[in-house]
Design a protein around this ligand. Structure first.
Ligand SMILES: NC(=O)c1ccc[n+]([C@@H]2O[C@H](COP(=O)([O-])OP(=O)(O)OC[C@H]3O[C@@H](n4cnc5c(N)ncnc54)[C@H](OP(=O)(O)O)[C@@H]3O)[C@@H](O)[C@H]2O)c1
Length: 274
């Protein structure tokens, strides 16, 4: 089985697949290597990791061992909170590249809007972008106020903002600001970490579409123009989560899903971050 997917263009001109494999809480070692190997076999060409996930080495090893050329896989990793600051951020990127076994990263993100040093960290990412160690740079968990602060100082507008997004948490003001500035929006925890897969509206739409609730949530994100980053370590689910390009949710279904906003943050909520 292979995956048909659409691609989204970054401001850099790079194209990334709209479905990427997330590996947060994929255990380091064989579990992550198998998940990435499986995803590449099934046609995924986009993997989202982070230093704090502890599995960069496994992501890199699986890519290297695969038949897929490096330049056809889009790899993201992220700067963790204790690596902020200009020099520290550049050192952290080099350390991530070493663990991944790569000489450049397709996308390097500031993982959280840590107060104090995040401006210096952004200058470091701009430097990494200029020298080619990072082919694109961006942020994660930046809500509208964090983004406005960054846009006030940035020489390079972030190419991506990765935030938690589902019908149950839509961050409309942040998404509008991203669109205004050409920042590609990536939706993390797009399956609500399983917490709303049994929601009656989602399950009813899934039944009508002859799809699974997970596929409905992913399709909702895709039709809003987001990149979606579902995580699974199971082959059937990795396949299921990418089989979302041969059906469409009609306007009525999208409206019903859009009405599910409830401010559900399944992880830490950056709304509280100064
Ligand atoms: N930037 C950030 O701060 C941040 C934060 C959180 C996440 N992320 C990124 O986003 C990715 C996804 O987020 P997430 O891992 O928090 O949550 P998620 O993708 O919403 O949910 C993952 C959970 O759903 C299960 N699952 C996967 N596919 C399924 C399916 N088709 N049907 C039923 N259950 C399914 C997985 O279990 P199995 O693995 O057992 O299948 C896992 O327990 C992460 O891996 C990471 O790359 C980024």
């Amino acid at each position: 089985m292979s995956v048909t997917t659409t691609r989204i263009a970054l401001a850099t001109g790079a194209q990334l697949h709209q479905v990427g494999l997330g590996v947060y809480q994929s255990s380091p070692g064989v579990a992550t290597r198998t998940a990435v190997t499986t995803a590449l076999e099934l046609g995924y060409r986009h993997v989202d990791t982070a230093r704090i996930y502890g599995n960069e080495a496994d992501v890199g090893a699986a890519i290297k061992a695969s038949a897929v050329p490096r330049d056809q896989v889009f790899v993201t990793t992220k700067l963790w909170n204790d690596d902020h600051g200009y020099d520290a951020a550049l050192r952290a990127l080099d350390a991530s590249l070493a663990r991944l076994g790569l000489d450049y990263i397709d996308l390097y993100l500031i993982h959280w809007p840590v107060p104090g040093k995040r401006r210096d960290s952004w200058r470091a990412l701009e430097r990494a972008f200029a020298d080619g160690r990072a082919r694109a740079i961006g942020v994660s968990n930046y809500l509208a106020p964090h983004l406005r602060e960054l846009l006030g100082q940035a020489k390079v507008v972030p190419h991506v903002n990765q935030i938690e997004l589902t019908p149950f948490l839509q961050r409309r003001d942040t998404c509008a600001l991203c669109r205004e500035h050409g920042i590609v929006i990536e939706a993390y925890s797009p399956l609500t970490r399983g917490q709303r897969l049994g929601d009656p509206t989602v399950t009813a739409i899934a039944r009508a579409a002859e799809r699974t609730p997970a596929q409905v949530l992913l399709r909702w994100g895709i039709q809003h123009g987001f990149v979606v980053l579902p995580k699974s370590v199971h082959r059937e689910r990795i396949a299921e989560n990418a089989a979302v390009f041969d059906f469409t949710l009609d306007a009525a279904a999208m409206t019903r899903l859009d009405a599910l906003e409830e401010g559900l943050a399944t992880g830490w909520d950056p709304a509280g971050a100064p």
